[in-house]
Design a protein around this ligand. Structure first.
Ligand code: CAP
Ligand code: MG
Length: 423
């Protein structure tokens, strides 16, 4: 068996590094499991090979250079020659592929990836990034606030557009489709676009403010292109993609097409919980976020730092925000140091279970470089969507003015009604 363990190895800048949390199967040691992971994710298999040549091993054999027997965390440095630069599916098929199913491990979590420059520079990264989004929306130094039309699906195009209109004129910057709303028998994509952009333009005229609609184009890739083209025709600025259910290759195609389309990519992460949730098994959201940033989403759902309804840890989600929004690289206590070179920062999206009452803590925790999205927290307002939007805007204004919500509510009835319902 080739020896993959080399604790003296100092990874070169040109190597890709993967960090795993390993639970060896019963009777297997961490060291042995580390060897089996390194082998199966690169050039090896379960047995010696008569076809293996020393020149191959010397060139492509990865090094397990760190093993923490207390935490079960290992780090492996891989030659860049093992990967096709610019091909995210192949990179993940290597270091996030067969190894999860090996009998050698009981559980396995891919915690982090460090992309070397040679691989990273073959990816486009965000076309707009945080600065581009702020230029397009004209919102310079405050969080962006938005809603998701609810119910998730069920409304017809006219009803959908009306809910969106009420949210825009109520004071929100952004309205998006929900992750499972695409082209339904009762809400066809093109009809929804026609109705909603018509009322978006009306809301802009009436308010004198930029209003953003983020349509969900998630579908087979050629169909996504057709839907993005239609958004473009109607003067839209954004497209929303459920990046995990669509797949990495589809996301790369849409990013390549975006050179022409020039639409801001809003990345929803539906399905992430299937592999990010467990501490000891799956793939971390940090890893997914780094892959999404490399390919080039402009904004990405990363959770609400444990404030909202979705499972997540505050420290991990703040780490996530720091990682996707860092301009170059920062040493994080959790993450591998990643130099992003010229890959633009991605805007963090906080969503899930938020109400106007969440705003002060959300902004205090996650800062101003976020899109805060309130679904039920807008349309669940006792006086409806328009009042819900006003209450959200009022909660933002109060937070920016450092006025306690309860004080501000004394002169802002919609906020008062939200506090009555949700406190
Ligand atoms: C939020 C939401 C978002 C979740 C996704 C939903 O609605 O539209 O999809 O936030 O989770 O469908 O639940 P509510 P995450 O505001 O009504 O909760 O952002 O963690 O990926
Ligand atoms: Mg949703």
């Amino acid at each position: 068996m080739l020896n993959y363990i080399n604790l003296k190895h100092k990874p070169g800048e040109e190597e890709l590094i993967a960090e795993y949390r390993v639970t060896p199967k019963k009777g297997n040691t961490l060291k042995k499991a580390a060897e089996q992971i390194a082998a199966e994710s690169s050039i090896g298999t379960w047995t010696e090979l008569s076809t293996m040549k020393p020149v191959i091993a010397n060139k492509l054999k990865p090094s397990v250079f760190s093993i923490n027997n207390k935490t079960g965390v290992i780090k492996i440095a891989y030659s860049p020659e093992l990967f096709e630069p610019g091909n995210m599916p192949q990179i993940l098929s290597s270091i996030a592929g067969n190894i999860f199913g090996m009998k050698a491990v009981d559980k396995l979590k891919l915690i982090d990836i460090r992309f070397p420059k040679k691989i990273l520079k073959k990816f486009k990264g965000p076309k707009f990034g945080i600065r581009g989004i702020r230029r397009i929306t004209g919102i310079k130094n405050r969080p962006l606030i938005g809603t998701i039309v609810k119910p998730k699906v069920g409304l017809n195009p006219k009803q959908h557009a009306k809910v969106a209109y009420n949210a825009w004129v109520g004071g929100l910057d952004i309205v998006k489709d929900d992750e499972n709303l695409t082209n339904m028998s009762f809400n066809q994509f093109k009809k929804r676009m026609d109705e909603t952009f018509r009322l978006r333009d009306k809301a802009e005229e009436e308010t004198g403010q930029k209003k953003i609609y983020m349509p969900n184009i998630t579908a087979e890739t050629m169909e996504m292109k057709a839907r993005a083209d239609y958004i473009k025709e109607l003067g839209g600025e954004y497209m929303m993609i459920d990046i995990l259910t669509s797949g990495w290759a589809a996301l790369q195609t849409m990013r390549n097409l975006n050179e022409e389309l020039k639409l801001v990519i809003h990345a929803h992460r539906a399905m992430h919980g299937a592999f990010t949730r467990l501490h000891d098994h799956g793939i971390s959201m940090l890893t997914i976020a780094k892959c999404a940033r490399a390919i080039g989403v402009d904004q990405l759902h990363i959770g609400t730092a444990a404030i909202g309804k979705m499972h997540g840890s505050k420290s991990e989600e703040l780490e996530l925000e720091a990682e996707i929004e860092s301009t170059n690289f920062k040493h994080h206590h959790l993450a591998l140091t990643q130099d992003w070179h010229s890959i633009k920062p991605v805007l963090a999206v906080a969503s899930g279970g938020l109400s106007p009452l969440s705003t002060p803590r959300l902004i205090k925790t996650m800062g101003y470089d976020i899109v805060a999205q309130y679904g039920g927290g807008c349309h669940g307002h006792p006086d409806g969507t328009f009042a819900g939007a006003r209450a959200i805007k009022q909660s933002l204004d109060a937070t920016l003015k450092k006025i306690p919500l309860k004080t501000y509510a004394k002169t802002h009835k919609e906020l008062a009604r939200a506090i009555e319902k949700w406190s």
